[in-house]
Design a protein around this ligand. Structure first.
Ligand code: GUN
Length: 285
């Protein structure tokens, strides 16, 4: 392997230390940041993520309220809970873990979270603000990706960034954040004709496809920065990224591992957003 590893765990520890220091400063002024996390149903991956978020809160001096609801919860019941959390002045951030059970309309639930408590950065108001470069809560995964790229010291300005995937949660916002840093951005997706060639010209390659090993070594430009957003559970029970790590690491200058890359950074950025929400809501930003 010639690529240097971008250590998501180490960088996340640094970001969480920043959040903890900010939370302590708020506490000294009488404000303890609080994140409410709502989990509907029994999805095993979501259970792991929610436990992780509560643990991160504890480490950062942020209060957490985890509300677990049964799979059979109605949309009306969930909306009533979100309204209650929205009205609760002690709650600074509201995160409803996705995916929701099929009988609940995710959009209706996201729309019910007030933008000032939307620490996921998923609400249309925050998405719009991000698009026009106004202050907002940035979605945690793409914001974490940008921070990881910046941690390498490689410049983003003027570089060709290729994002594979166009989801609202990762692909589209990652492209926008890289554009805001003056990258020339290409978004690739399942209908892209010359995907391999485009990827081969990427100085920065962000893979958010959801298919294990989708990015092969021949798709990586020598010296590229490769960010692997994929979390795919293999038949072996292990987590695999979207990138063929061993082959890509032969070509790239920097690469993120899975696990231990984007995942921990996503969680750390949520802590930053929660502290920021507490500061903003109490006139202490
Ligand atoms: N499910 C997977 N990732 C996320 C995330 O970042 N936020 C929420 N709310 N649900 C998720």
């Amino acid at each position: 392997m010639q690529a240097k590893l971008i250590d998501g765990k180490a960088l996340a520890a640094q970001v969480k230390a920043e959040a903890a220091a900010e939370a302590a400063a708020l506490k000294a002024k009488g404000v303890t940041p609080c994140l409410a996390v709502v989990l509907v149903g029994e999805d095993p991956a979501s259970q792991v993520y929610v436990r992780g978020k509560a643990k991160d809160c504890g480490e950062c001096g942020i209060d957490s309220r985890v509300i677990r609801l049964p799979e059979a919860t109605t949309q009306a019941e969930l909306l009533a809970l979100v309204a209650e959390l929205a009205a609760d002045r002690a709650v600074n951030g509201i995160l409803v873990q996705l995916p929701l059970p099929a009988h609940i309309d995710e959009k209706a639930v996201i729309d019910a979270i007030p933008p000032e408590k939307d620490v996921d950065g998923f609400s249309p108001v925050n998405v719009g603000r991000m698009q026009i470069g106004e202050p907002c809560y940035l979605p945690c995964t793409p914001a974490g990706c940008v921070r990881m790229i910046e941690s390498t010291g490689a410049s983003i300005d003027g570089k060709h960034a290729v994002v594979i995937g166009r989801s609202n949660i990762v692909g589209k916002p990652a492209a926008l954040l890289l554009l805001a840093k003056n990258a020339t951005v290409t978004i690739c997706h399942s209908h892209t004709a010359n995907l391999k060639e485009l990827c081969r010209s990427a100085d920065i390659l962000v893979a958010a496809v959801g298919k294990a090993g989708f990015v092969t070594g021949d798709m990586v430009k020598p010296g590229a920065v490769v960010i692997d957003v994929g979390i795919n559970r293999g038949a072996d029970g292990k987590l695999h990224g979207d990138v063929d790590f061993a082959a890509a690491a032969e070509k790239a200058a920097f690469i993120t591992p899975v696990p231990g890359g984007v995942g921990p950074m996503t969680r750390a950025m949520l802590m930053k957003n929660t502290v920021q929400a507490a500061a903003l809501q109490n006139g202490l930003a």
